[in-house]
Design a protein around this ligand. Sequence first.
Ligand SMILES: Nc1nc2c(c(=O)[nH]1)N[C@H]1C(S)=C(S)[C@@H](COP(=O)(O)O)O[C@H]1N2
Ligand SMILES: [Mo]
Length: 508
Amino acid sequence: MIDATARRDAAFATAAGTAAVAGSYLVTGWSPSFVVSPVDQMIVNLTPGAIVTFMIETVGDAGHLLHIAMAFAAVAGVFGAVSFAGLRLGKRVDSPVSVGVVVGVGSWLLAAGLTGTPVLALGAAVPVAAATALGDAIGTDDTTASVDAVRRQTLGTAAGALGVVAASIIGRQALTSVPQSGGSPTSAPQSEGSLDSAPEFEGAESRLQALDSASLSLESDSLLGLKSPIDEFYNVDITEFDPEITADEWSLTFTGETGRERTVTFDELVDQPVEHRAVSLRCVGEQLNGRKLDTAVWTGTPIRPLLESVDPAGECNCAMLRGKDGYYVQFPVDVLAEGFLAWGMNGKELPPAHGHPVRVLIPGHWGETNVKWLTEIELLDVEEDGYWEERGWEGTGEVKAVAKLWDEGVTTLSDGRIELAGHAYAGTRGISRVEVSTDGGESWTDATLSDPLPDDDVWRQWRYVFEPDGTHEAVVRAVDGEGNRQIREPSDPSPTGSSGWVRRTIET
Ligand SMILES: Nc1nc2c(c(=O)[nH]1)N[C@H]1C(S)=C(S)[C@@H](COP(=O)(O)O)O[C@H]1N2
Ligand SMILES: [Mo]
């Protein structure tokens, strides 16, 4: 049987572990310096590909919540173990202060080692030291404490830990109500950078207006137009914590098989010829009628001149791109040469969640090729798998064509007719037609399309209105600019992207 004091020590240690997480959060916010962040990254890296893919296809974004919960528990457990060891030691040393110091130094080394930020690591270490010293002080002379006293102390400890968590969340809110970095996972901080007022973003405005004026006028007022607002643009990240890199710290290095290595700074980059491109992104992991398809106007510069300046020389004619979060993806240099280095999105500085300060955009290829927080382009001799390819995906090629029919795309008009509307995308092949059936695929009619845009890697909207008669089975399919119809055979997202035609039952 575990004795009562061991149980009380365990309660104090659990509280100390929780306080470590809370204290760290108080000083770092939801950032890479938060102690949970490196552990989350370890869990992500250790999870086998088959499980990652299974999670993406079944629970989707909830998978993120699961590994972040595991990371929280692991961190609280590890700091709790340090505290527990301290409390046990305290049974032999008659000085809560020394116990606190030993535990504090141990926790600080641990936190600093994990996060690489010695000063912010104090946010985790100080609460553990304090909670442990307190536990030791209360517990030193009562090894014969009654069960009731132990229970009272355990409850008090739990309440104290909850108090620390609540205080750190409230404290964090207070700290970040002054606009600055930090924030929560759902609302990524939008730093109002000096670049936002830079003249180059003025050019983005006219591209944004072009998207607005090309949009179809629809009865449905909730369906997305041709532009996705930044805070609605989908997000796919291998880690829970966006890297934080300022434009000053950022650089892009061309390494590996080059005629000459080169490092480009942010100032050099924005000195290149500036362009604004409307580009759609689609994730290979999304369901057929999923929502990981969005479009923004991106401000940046073509990659070709930079690439040519380093004389790519590898045997495979392929390159590995790497992001600051540890992400990597490999594809042909010829494809990369068509790419674009973007530092602006919808007329604003590229936000943290989308790769601040610089990401790459690869025309017509799956979302995974568009590396965020891009810091290195390595020219290779031999092909290597990228992050997702190691996990069984084949998502470095051209996107498949798709026509979407989302919930908001179905609207009953005042005269009783039904409007169906959506988006269609086929990468750089473009969309030439969207065909709609309201009888389960027996007969087909062409939908009206939004005006074509000058951009060559962007979706179009479609609209079709019909007179309902009972229940209808609506089916939609796109035809790309080369005359290829969207693949009919249904398939799961893994490994090459979902295929099939979107169907929806419409009851009237
Ligand atoms: N550095 C980095 N780049 C990345 C990813 C990532 O996790 N890390 N995810 C990729 C995937 S799978 C997709 S679909 C797109 C999503 O871009 P978004 O989050 O800006 O929509 O980014 C790609 N680039
Ligand atoms: Mo993706």
